[in-house]
Ligand binder design. Structure first.
Ligand code: CAA
Length: 258
């Protein structure tokens, strides 16, 4: 399907979704959010796709929600359309793993979009921030909530109150990103990580995603029970038999997602 604001390529079981509004540093306008949401749903339903990467350009992953599109809206407008509600939250219902490959600016909604992915690989030039305070508003897609759970209150307050940007090294120290790679190697590194995930049993992969995400929604006791039951449940799969047999026979496992 042809899109106006994103480019989708499928290679080696990986869907690479590139945000593509260079004139606005990939600002998230209504069209981009709709297109991203349909591309993700399509990739989630495509049997040939085992992992998804969302990326932007070298200069910007995304510089936030589109300020031009929002500036004249009233409370009634944004409340009625539920701006940044169900449409963008659909990303969090995708069951396949999503890697955010972030180069350049990931600000406001851009940082929030990256945090909605399952993990973030950052290029050395990445800059994260929640500068909504400079516009007289606050973050609207998780900048005060997901960011606080990920990096803690003190840093989240600092980012949201001062609007300062965090570089890749600080983002890695704070646990916002899983690894930092040279800028020119961002896509090859993200593809390599995606290929590693694509080799595993996809039943176990989806279970990991469900279990880790559960840790954000529940108590430790309930989360541990969920994890243990998920671990038990995987003993019903052929892939568990194959994975353990392959280890004992000192060979590579051949998973069949069963
Ligand atoms: N929305 C709309 N257009 C944007 C944009 C945005 N968020 N960010 C950048 N652009 C546009 C600029 O208007 C400019 O367009 P023109 O050439 O037509 O003027 C073009 O992209 C290039 O931007 P700059 O000239 O500003 O580039 P720069 O290199 O000098 O600065 C920047 C880069 C620091 C990222 C700067 O563009 C910037 O501060 N952008 C806004 C960041 C921001 O405030 N994001 C939060 C948005 S609100 C939000 O996201 C709410 C939420 O939580 C849901």
């Amino acid at each position: 399907m042809a899109y106006e604001t994103i480019i989708v390529e499928i290679e080696d079981d990986i869907a690479l979704i590139r945000l593509n509004r260079p004139e606005a540093l990939n600002a998230l306008n209504g069209t981009l959010i709709n297109e991203l949401s349909s591309a993700l749903t399509e990739a989630d339903h495509n049997d040939k796709v085992r992992c998804i990467i969302i990326t932007g350009s070298e200069k910007a992953f995304a510089a936030g929600a589109d300020i031009k599109e929002m500036s004249q809206k009233s409370y009634v407008d944004v409340y009625t359309e539920d701006l940044f509600g169900a449409q963008i939250e659909a990303i969090t219902r995708v069951r396949k793993p999503i890697i955010a490959a972030v180069s350049g600016y990931a600000l406001g909604g851009g940082c929030e979009l990256a945090m909605m992915c399952d993990f973030i690989i950052a290029a050395e030039n990445a800059k994260f921030g929640q500068p909504e305070i400079n516009l007289g508003v606050v973050a609207g897609i998780g900048g005060t909530q997901r960011l606080t759970r990920i990096i803690g209150k003190s840093k989240a307050m600092d980012m949201n109150l001062t609007g300062r940007f965090m570089d890749a090294a600080e983002a890695e120290r704070a646990g916002l990103v899983s690894r930092v790679v040279p800028t020119a190697k961002l896509i090859p590194e993200a593809m390599a990580a995606a290929r590693k995930i694509a080799e595993k049993s996809q039943i176990a992969v989806r279970t990991v995603k469900e279990a880790v995400n559960r840790s954000y929604e529940t108590t430790l006791r309930e989360g541990l029970l969920f994890e243990r039951r998920a671990f038990h449940a995987l003993f019903a799969t052929e892939d568990q038999k194959e994975g353990m047999a392959a280890f004992l026979e000192k060979r590579e496992a051949q998973f069949r997602d069963r």
